[in-house]
Design a protein around this ligand. Structure first.
Ligand code: GLN
Length: 187
């Protein structure tokens, strides 16, 4: 059974835990360093990246998670989780700085604070629902980064080797295909 951590400091934690359990994984809530032991993968959920950063510093988790990413532990960052992983943030200092992408926060105007679309993702499936909540997007990606999905010209799902990042919340729907892709093909 694959043992997948979910960073559990703030944000959409429970939904990821449920979806991972439904996919047959053991889900581990990561709140402190010891929780990172013997993981096969780690999910960085959506929420508020600035709050999560403060809590990461307070719980001494930033450096250990960065090291695990650099050593090749598969990670999936959704929304704020993508912001945490990005090497470069437009108008902000980066956090973990492990994924070769440049990310802009809050890319969709106030009127469309949150919305849902259906995505056709060739590598994953058709009509996959995606919930965007004050979502970021990827401005540019490095040469070894594979773009998996775009929406209205913006890069919203990409893979940098063992690191997967998306702008939206795949866990807030009942469709688990994106999380399944992460677990099945990367972990
Ligand atoms: N706007 C949030 C941030 O900047 C991300 C929103 C989300 O994770 N749904 O961190």
């Amino acid at each position: 059974m694959k043992r997948i951590g979910v960073l559990a400091l703030q944000g959409a934690i429970r939904e990821h835990v449920h979806m991972l359990e439904n996919l047959g994984c053991e889900a581990v809530e990561v709140k402190q360093k010891q929780d990172l032991i013997k993981l096969d993968g780690l999910v960085l959920p959506g929420g508020e990246s600035t709050t999560m950063r403060k809590l990461l510093d307070r719980s001494d988790l930033l450096e250990p998670i960065r090291e695990l990413a650099q050593r090749g532990l598969p990670m999936f960052g959704t929304c704020a989780g993508l912001i945490l992983m990005a090497n470069t943030l437009v108008n902000d200092e980066p956090h973990l700085a492990v994924m070769d992408v440049t990310v802009t926060r809050n890319s969709y105007g106030r009127q469309v604070d949150s919305f849902e679309v259906k995505l056709d993702i060739p590598k994953i499936g058709k009509a996959i629902p995606a919930v965007f909540i004050r979502a970021p997007h990827m401005e540019t990606v490095g040469k070894d980064v594979e773009i998996l999905a775009e929406h209205e010209g913006k890069i919203i799902l990409a893979r940098d080797g063992h690191l997967l990042g998306c702008s939206f919340h795949p866990e807030l729907t009942s469709d688990s295909r994106i999380l399944k892709y992460f677990v099945a093909s990367m972990v």
